[in-house]
Ligand binder design. Structure first.
Ligand SMILES: Nc1ncnc2c1ncn2[C@@H]1O[C@H](COP(=O)(O)OP(=O)(O)O)[C@@H](O)[C@H]1O
Ligand SMILES: [Mg+2]
Length: 404
């Protein structure tokens, strides 16, 4: 029997649309001789839908039509497994067993541990990092604390709650001056460069904080690398066994301070919503695979070796698993190398890096599914409950009033 794989994507996130593209690419790559694929689309309102119509990219352009043609579903445990069932069941529930979930969600509610927690509760194996690693990877403040404590190199930084800024403005301005302008301000828990601002002096700093505060209560302020080279690595595996891909170098336009959302996802022909979907259509929107890049990165062998090691160390320090992308910054003035961030579920699942590393997309999906199942097996070896007679010492009236 083929394993039934539920591919989850969408969700209430600013990266909703990017996730649809990544999922279309991933579903097309999964080996149908081994796996049966069930698309599971989560709307921005957190409704779960399934059905074959979800293989067609055009359906996402018209949510009303999607809601009519696809089936709203829910999940529950039944026997030893998890079933997906239609919500509007009339007389009958149409139940499908799902053996493993492949998560192709980006950003809040999908990449940050929330969905992972739900799947843990269901005891449904899922691809990628577990609850804690996902949560840590999504919060730049916590991530930086861990990386710093693990001895990994970071640009100088501090963080603040936006609420505190108005109270202690002078103190924070001093802190920014101490880092030295220009600085870059990032909402702690977003992604895709959304809400990121830069400041070249005190006045700009005050307005930049205001601007970024609209996106998160928690903000990171970092010293800005002026002559920036951005190099990324993907890591595939788990804490005990993983490998690092070849490195890529990504580009921003000369007139841009940072690699913007548009630049990341819509370079070249990568506009959302093009045809392609389920098939390996060349016209499919390329998502993260469309960014301007060089593979392998045009850097020295020594820098490549160092970054490869840092990628592995970062993956381990954060407790990650599955396929991640770890982003680095090289300061062209000093040649210093910094870890910037981890993307626990990277755009396009970083397949374009693995293709250049001898792992094709189908093998990548196969590995992700296997890692998910292995983790579940490992968990099952752990002791989560044991027999006790604690309840025998409880009197039957110990809960007091039995009325609701
Ligand atoms: N310290 C920095 N100096 C210069 N540019 C930076 C710095 N940090 C981030 N950037 C730029 O901003 C982009 C987005 O920042 P990043 O931390 O990766 O946030 P996100 O999670 O939104 O991708 C990076 O790809 C890079 O172009
Ligand atoms: Mg980034």
């Amino acid at each position: 029997m083929k394993l039934k794989v539920g591919v989850m994507f969408g969700g209430e996130s600013v990266e909703h649309e990017i996730s649809i593209i990544s999922a279309a690419q991933a579903m097309a790559a999964i080996d149908r001789d081994k796996y049966e694929v069930y698309p599971i689309y989560i709307t921005k309102d957190r409704l779960f839908y399934s059905g074959d119509v979800l293989f067609d990219m055009d359906i996402y352009k018209d949510l009303k039509a999607l809601e009519k043609k696809a089936t709203q579903v829910t999940f529950y445990r039944k026997g030893n497994g998890v079933v997906m069932s239609n919500i509007n069941r009339g007389l009958f529930a149409k139940e499908t067993n799902i053996d493993v979930a492949v998560l192709v969600m980006h950003g809040t509610n999908g990449e940050d541990g929330a969905l992972q927690g739900y799947l843990e509760t269901l005891k449904l194996p899922y691809s990628g990092s577990d609850v804690i690693a996902s949560a840590v990877g999504q919060d730049k403040v916590i991530m930086k604390h861990i990386l710093e404590n693990s001895g990994l190199p970071l640009t100088r930084w501090f963080w603040l709650y936006s609420n505190d800024f108005t109270k202690d403005k002078d103190m924070y301005v001093e802190k920014a001056k101490d880092l030295g302008f220009p600085v870059i301000i990032k909402p702690a828990c977003l992604g895709s460069s959304i809400g990121i601002t830069t400041a070249h002096n005190e006045d700009e700093f005050v307005s930049a904080i205001k601007e970024s505060s609209q996106y998160d209560r928690k903000l990171v302020v970092e010293k800005m690398v002026r002559e920036l080279k951005e190099v990324n690595a993907s890591v595939l595996g788990n804490a005990t066994k993983h490998k690092v891909s070849v490195l890529e170098e990504v580009y921003k336009a000369d007139n841009e301070d940072i690699l913007s959302f548009d630049k990341k996802y819509t370079a070249g022909n990568g506009k959302m919503g093009a045809k392609g979907g389920n098939t390996k259509g060349s016209g499919a929107s390329k998502g993260m695979a469309s960014t301007a890049r060089i593979i392998p990165a045009n850097i020295s062998d020594a820098a490549t070796t160092y970054i490869t090691q840092l990628a592995s160390d970062t993956f381990k320090a954060l407790g990650s698993s599955g396929v991640c992308r770890i982003d680095f910054m090289i300061d062209g003035e000093s040649n210093d190398i910094y870890v910037n961030e981890i993307n626990s579920i990277p755009g396009s699942l970083a397949f374009y890096l693995w293709e250049k590393s001898g792992v094709n997309f189908t093998e990548l999906m196969d590995t992700l599914i296997k890692l998910a199942i292995d983790r579940k097996r490992d968990q099952e070896k752990m002791i989560f409950s044991y027999d006790t007679n604690v309840l025998s010492g409880f009197k039957s009236d110990s809960f007091g009033n039995k009325k609701r």
